[in-house]
Design a protein around this ligand. Structure first.
Ligand SMILES: *[C@@H]1O[C@H](CO)[C@@H](O)[C@H](O)[C@H]1NC(C)=O
Length: 229
């Protein structure tokens, strides 16, 4: 029920934002919502897990609010308890949440944003990729092993990143199979343009099992997260 409600709001809002020039009858739709003057930089990046805090951020610097859905990839040297999974990268689609936010007050928008990673984790990635939700870009790791956030498709820029801070996900995060991946602060390095920072917060799923018992040599764990740029 809760899923259905959130998705009604999301899809209705996305349908609204998709119409650049509303038809004359548009205003008669009873669920028509006026666009508000809410800029995305009124959204504060969630920085605290309740016990630890990521380094500060100026809200006026927020350029994109996205929802990532993909996999965290790991390798295991053996299938025994004596080896631990090693993180080797991730791939994710970055869905554009900024299209949704001008239609709802910031407190409601925050609630929707915070609920979405847990909901999206339970929807197959391929299904979301084909859902028509607007895509802001892609997240992957380059050949040098650096995380890349390519938002050029939405004209937001490109961030080749390095991690500057990491805190555990809060206890109440949606765990998926093995727990929610950490929250991160990331800074730009060479190869970036128009974007200088990213925050991965409100994560859901993505953690590896504690050891390699029974694991194949390469495996993926589904995850979702909010990414603020
Ligand atoms: C991670 O897994 C995905 C499948 O979800 C795959 O497409 C991608 O190439 C993998 N990346 C790495 C670095 O293993």
């Amino acid at each position: 029920m809760y899923f259905a409600t959130i998705f009604t709001v999301v899809t209705a809002t996305l349908a609204l934002s998709a119409s650049a020039a509303p038809a004359p009858w548009f205003g008669n739709w009873h669920w028509s919502v006026p666009k508000r003057n809410i800029a995305i930089n009124q959204y504060n990046v969630p920085l605290s897990n309740g016990a630890n805090t990521l380094p500060g951020y100026q809200p006026e610097q927020v350029k994109a609010v996205t929802l990532g859905r993909g996999t965290q990839n790991y390798t295991c040297a053996s299938s025994t308890v004596s080896d631990k999974p090693v993180a080797i990268g991730a791939v994710a689609t970055l869905f554009d949440a900024t299209k949704l936010l001008p239609y709802v007050p910031v407190d409601q928008g925050t609630k929707i944003l915070n609920a979405l990673p847990g909901i999206m984790l339970n929807i197959p990635r391929a299904q979301l990729d084909n859902s028509g939700l607007p895509i802001a870009g892609r997240h992957y790791f380059n050949a040098a092993g650096s995380p890349v956030f390519d938002l050029t498709t939405s004209s937001c820029g490109m961030l080749v990143a390095s991690k500057t801070a990491e805190i555990p996900a809060p206890k109440d995060a949606e765990p998926g199979q093995n727990g929610a991946v950490t929250w991160l602060a990331l800074d730009k390095k060479g190869g970036s343009h128009d974007l200088s920072k990213a925050y991965r917060v409100n994560t859901a799923g993505g953690m590896a099992p504690v050891n390699c018992y029974g694991q194949p040599s390469h495996f993926e764990m589904d995850y979702a997260a909010q990414y603020f740029f």
